[in-house]
Ligand binder design. Structure first.
Ligand SMILES: Nc1ncnc2c1ncn2[C@@H]1O[C@H](COP(=O)(O)OP(=O)(O)OP(=O)(O)O)[C@@H](O)[C@H]1O
Ligand SMILES: Cc1ncc(C[n+]2csc(CCOP(=O)(O)O)c2C)c(N)n1
Ligand SMILES: [Mg+2]
Length: 328
């Protein structure tokens, strides 16, 4: 069978991260790496690459692209519970277009200001083949804080998500021309795809409350699947409890269901919390003005199952994989 994105990483890169080189380090395999740089703090580091035609359309608004390039990284820091401290920008552009660059920088800069995550360095090159962007984000955790690891979900935990799912995938399908939009919903929906809001404050407030967390970049079942696999557990989710954006009601319900379960680019957090902390999760949501949704439960039996009126069906973790046929 062809190698996919995740088996490629496991086969060639996971073993290069040796925890022995720095005791307490979290290396390849989570949303971000954690380096215990004593005293007092741990450094949390992540990187996401965005490639023209693959992660964004060539005509995307440059300020939205600047925003998203940082947002997807802040989202990975949020998924660890880390506080952002700075970022670096790797940028490849085919030509110098100052109008484009000014707008891209303004979009990135506005988000960096909002989360006090200044741009502190990077690298700029000419690219032969379209625009590519590689942002590295740095954050901190207190030295005593393990962070919200993918591997820390416990049997009996509730599973929560931080917001409605499906909008970015529906917007993407409309833009790709594979889904009709007779009621012209795209202008509202594309904001979800192009300007995701990283759940930075939520991630930090979940420290000491949640056990595990991940951000939903590739799709709910695939990303929750990473948490279940890393924690050696399974889960049941209740399809009726999955939060679906009201604006999607005009589309075919089976298309919306697929977008909710498997659609990527969401950048909401999916996190697991001991059942006795339910009131604390609700209080965190209220303090941030965020509606949080309890969608299922972690259990011992491996695999991800969906509950619909009493019966269970297995959900194969499915979502975005760069090297899957469906991603081309
Ligand atoms: N080329 C690579 N070398 C080393 N580690 C890698 C490489 N590519 C990915 N990883 C690591 O593999 C793990 C999984 O990567 P993945 O990209 O799925 O995570 P993510 O950044 O949370 O998701 P997404 O990219 O969808 O936002 C992460 O710990 C990441 O740092
Ligand atoms: C033009 C265009 N085509 C496809 C997509 C969908 N898409 C691309 S990468 C990705 C997962 C997250 O990326 P990564 O895993 O690299 O961090 C998704 C859902 C898009 N946003 N734009
Ligand atoms: Mg992530």
């Amino acid at each position: 069978m062809a190698l996919g994105e995740f088996s490629l990483i496991d086969r060639y890169f996971k073993r290069l991260a040796s925890p022995a080189s720095m005791p307490g380090m979290v290396g390849v395999g989570d949303d971000a790496a954690i380096l215990p740089i004593s005293p007092g703090h741990k450094l949390v580091v992540c990187k996401d690459v965005l490639v023209e035609g693959r992660h964004f359309f060539s005509d995307v608004a440059p300020d939205a692209l600047g925003h998203k390039s940082l947002a997807v990284n802040l989202s990975d820091l949020a998924a660890m519970g880390a506080k952002p401290i700075g970022c670096l920008l790797g940028l490849g552009v085919p030509t110098i277009n100052e109008t484009w660059l000014a707008s891209f920088a303004a979009g990135l800069g506005a988000l960096a200001d909002r989360y006090r995550c200044p741009l502190i360095g990077g690298d700029t090159v000419a690219s032969e083949q379209g625009i590519f962007i590689s942002v590295t984000a740095l954050g901190t955790l207190h030295e005593k804080q393990p962070g919200l690891l993918r591997s820390a979900a416990e049997v009996g935990d509730d599973i929560w998500v931080s917001g409605p799912l499906g909008v970015p995938d529906i917007a993407l399908r409309i833009l790709l021309g594979t889904l009709a939009d007779p009621q012209n919903r795209l202008p509202g929906l594309r904001v979800g795809l192009e300007r995701p809001e990283p759940r930075v404050a939520l991630g930090q407030q979940l420290l000491g409350v949640a056990n595990a967390a991940i951000d939903i970049s590739d799709g709910l079942t695939q990303d929750l699947g990473h948490v279940l696999q890393a924690s050696g557990v399974g889960a049941v989710i209740d399809l009726e409890q999955l939060p679906v954006d009201q604006r999607l009601a005009v589309f075919d319900p089976s298309v919306v269901r697929d977008a909710v379960l498997y659609g990527g680019d969401v950048y909401e957090l999916c996190f697991t919390v001991p059942a006795q902390y339910r009131p604390r999760v609700i209080a965190v949501g209220e303090s941030l003005g965020l509606e949080l949704f309890r969608i299922g439960k972690v259990r011992r039996q491996p695999g991800l199952f969906a509950q619909t009126d009493g019966s269970l069906t297995e959900l194969k973790p499915k979502g975005f994989d760069h090297f899957a046929r469906s991603a081309r």
